[in-house]
Design a protein around this ligand. Sequence first.
Ligand SMILES: [Zn+2]
Ligand SMILES: [Zn+2]
Length: 387
Amino acid sequence: MRSSLLHILAAATLAGSAIGLGCAGSGDGADTADGSGTPDTADGSDASDIAGGDCVTPDGPGLVASYFLAGGLDGTIATVPCTLDDGTATTCYEITTVGAPADHQVGPFCPRTITATAADGGIWLANGEVYDIDGDFIKGLAEFYDDPVWQLYDATTGVVRVTLTQAACEAAARPDVDPDYNNYCVECSLDYVGGGIAETTLIPVNPVARTTPAELGAGIVGLAFNGVHFEAPAPVDAILAAHTIAAFDDCGGHVNTVVGYHYHAATGCSKEVAQCDGHAPLIGYARDGYGIYAMSASGGTEPTDLDACRGHSDAARGYHYHSASAGENMFIGCFMGRVVGTTTGPGPGDPGAGVASCDTVPAGMPCCGDGTCGGPETAANCAEDCP
Ligand SMILES: [Zn+2]
Ligand SMILES: [Zn+2]
């Protein structure tokens, strides 16, 4: 699943999809036909509705390929045979993303001096809230975390200690953060991975419900319409333990050299598909094929009947998820549907990834303390508990 192919981004990737941010109806949906030759909804209205700049009338669960922005994809979305994690043979959409967002720029992440403004830096997620990483935030970290060891800047010059080279960003992003890079604001450039890491994801055409939810584990959580992956929560505890800040940009994404640019929070930057019935907009799909919608409709409140995975059902959409708020460092809590590939193991590539942390497991999910949390525990994913 996880391709390590470096994809050299053509300049056209961004230029070809210069659209407004977070704005339903702005997509060029017609460019990304799924190749199946059949309409994506029963009334075939989705693409034309999007092109018309309005809203869509949902028609049950299942991915609508035409919602994806061509600029985020390498080629078109095809349908291929696939096997789900319970052995079921079925059909999947094969979606290859280029590794860079089709509809917004990447960064900035770390401010360079303690006089920087919010526009010079990205965001940090803590206590369920979103904080601008400006100069004052950098200066205030010791107080913010009530820990005098924090010193992310040179007290004489006011220059912020930022990982400015590929070697530095990779050393700071090791599971055991290089001690030389404690007290750094960590950022990696997409240039280190050729402008983006292409990756192919298989998503079932017809989502298959599980009887018990599965942990998010390794691999992507889902896909935004601009081609960026939703990833499992960033391992913030491990990041903070090294007194580092793995800064996110204002869109909730950051770069590591294993998976490239990826999101940890839904901040409304990527393309949204408005729902004509006033439900929260669709922001992408989970790897199990169920839709991920914004936390709430504009001006609305979060649904009160969400399950541990942050899902619920309605007549128009069937089962679907609602993203957590950006400050929660997550999108959904677990998978309620079958996926292709494994759902176990930590996500790769971020600082501290792979270090045991059970803090982010949803209530009621098992956690064995070896860094592989939730879902069915087996000898393979939970060696300590399953001798
Ligand atoms: Zn809903
Ligand atoms: Zn990350």
